[in-house]
Design a protein around this ligand. Structure first.
Ligand code: ADP
Ligand code: MG
Length: 397
């Protein structure tokens, strides 16, 4: 179920947004509306679902409406039109007191400029949300110290923000947002002000944290690489209009329009895509234990080899030649299936193509992709790899 539902949200800035809304509906675009009425379209008819536990990235150039969108989720902004529901609750219908509670308990925000209070210690900054909730000093300090530990800032609690580097301040900002244990994290260009190396470290840290915490994260960035790295799904905004929503692979392989295509053109696909989007089911999977049964299972296959899976776990590859040779020799003590199963190069599910590519090119057989559970997730052939690298970016599906 979607935790955050955004339905037909339009936001127009200016003195008479209702009038401008009618013109927008009649087909006027952002530029024309501004020229003719002085109103700015922040968002135009946006509908989105963010699922529980996903990292949802909103990407677009400056002025495309990213901040306007995220501010609707905690209702720092009211829409001109449309509806927003969070965990089933109509955010626009919340009375002021409930709205305060909702913001404090359900969401944490991380901003680009850290937003730390300069005259409070790092520990007191992290504990701020709990203090507002009325949590006693000792308890909130304990919890704040735990979160400082999680973001790798043990021992910095007594310092003041100005004594920390930018990257460290942003980790304080993240710890502060997490300290109230909110279900939703809203991050508006949270890493954009950081140096590239620090930034990449913060991305790693967020990925590792998220693997553990499974928060619902709405992450805003103008940086495509960051979007592709962090997003389970990515929404691309242009001039307040949604161009596309999709997984990184969908966006790279099937850009919805010329705008998205121009964005993704220079991305190194091999670094972003994983074997999971390219692998195919194997033509033949041997699940039996004997040579005879294995040959029977191979009978319908067009290939001269098959992959052996024993009790759900991938074991290796057998060729039809080896199986038949083993059967011919049987009278004088034939060999078992295990003895004719050979080890071939394999890759783990989730491996990026950059790593899997040389393995696939050097292997005489399609490369098995082994899942975390040890099972055979699929196989990677040179042909399917060639398709990903060879096809034009927009193949119209
Ligand atoms: N309070 C405001 N008053 C008038 N125009 C605004 C206001 N906030 C945002 N806008 C306009 O709305 C559009 C989207 O802005 P914003 O959401 O800040 O974009 P982004 O975060 O993607 O850079 C821009 O054209 C911006 O100038
Ligand atoms: Mg912004």
């Amino acid at each position: 179920m979607a935790l955050i539902e955004i339905r037909g949200v339009t936001k127009i800035f200016g003195p008479r947004p209702e009038d401008a809304l009618a013109r927008l509906r009649d087909g006027a675009d952002k530029d024309r509306l501004l020229a003719e009425t002085g109103h700015t379209v922040g968002l135009s008819d946006i509908s989105l679902d963010v699922a529980q536990g996903e990292t949802f990235v909103v990407m677009g150039l400056s002025g495309s409406g990213k901040s306007t969108l995220i501010r609707h989720v905690n209702r720092l902004i009211d829409p001109t039109d449309g509806a927003i529901r969070v965990d089933g609750a109509d955010v626009l219908a919340l009375p002021p007191r409930d709205l305060e509670r909702f913001r404090r308990r359900k969401m944490g925000m991380v901003f680009q400029r850290f937003g730390l209070l300069p005259h409070r210690t790092v520990l007191d900054n992290v504990a701020l949300g709990l203090q507002i909730q009325g949590v006693a000093r000792a308890k909130r300090h304990d919890r704040a110290a735990e979160w400082l530990h999680v973001v790798g800032l043990d021992g910095y609690g007594d310092k003041y923000p100005a004594q920390l580097s930018g990257g460290m301040q942003q980790r304080v900002g993240l710890a502060r947002a997490l300290c109230t244990d909110p279900e939703i994290l809203l991050m508006d260009e949270a890493f954009s002000a950081l140096d590239p190396l620090i930034r990449s470290g913060m991305q790693d840290q967020l990925i590792a944290l998220q693997a553990r915490l499974r928060k619902t994260i709405m992450f805003i960035t103008h940086d495509l690489d960051e979007a592709l790295r962090l997003g389970d799904r990515i929404a691309i905004l242009k001039d307040g209009v949604l161009s596309q929503v999709g997984t990184p692979a969908e966006i790279l392989l099937h850009p919805a329009d010329a705008y998205v295509e121009a964005f993704v053109r220079d991305v190194n696909r091999a670094r972003v895509l994983t074997v999971d989007v390219v692998m195919k089911p194997p033509e033949c999977r041997i699940t039996s234990h004997s040579i005879d049964e294995a040959l029977t299972q191979m009978r319908g296959s067009r290939e001269a080899f098959a992959y052996v899976v024993e009790d759900g776990r991938y074991r290796g590859l057998v060729t039809r030649d080896a199986l038949e040779a083993a059967r011919r020799n049987r009278p004088d003590g034939g060999r078992t299936l295990r003895e004719v199963t050979q080890t071939v190069p394999s890759v783990a599910a989730g491996t990026v193509l950059e790593v899997a590519l040389p393995v696939t090119l050097e292997s005489p057989y399609p490369v098995p992709v082994v899942g975390r559970d040890g099972g055979l997730s699929g196989i990677l052939s040179r042909q399917s790899l060639a398709r990903v690298f060879g096809e034009p970016a927009n193949d119209g599906r």
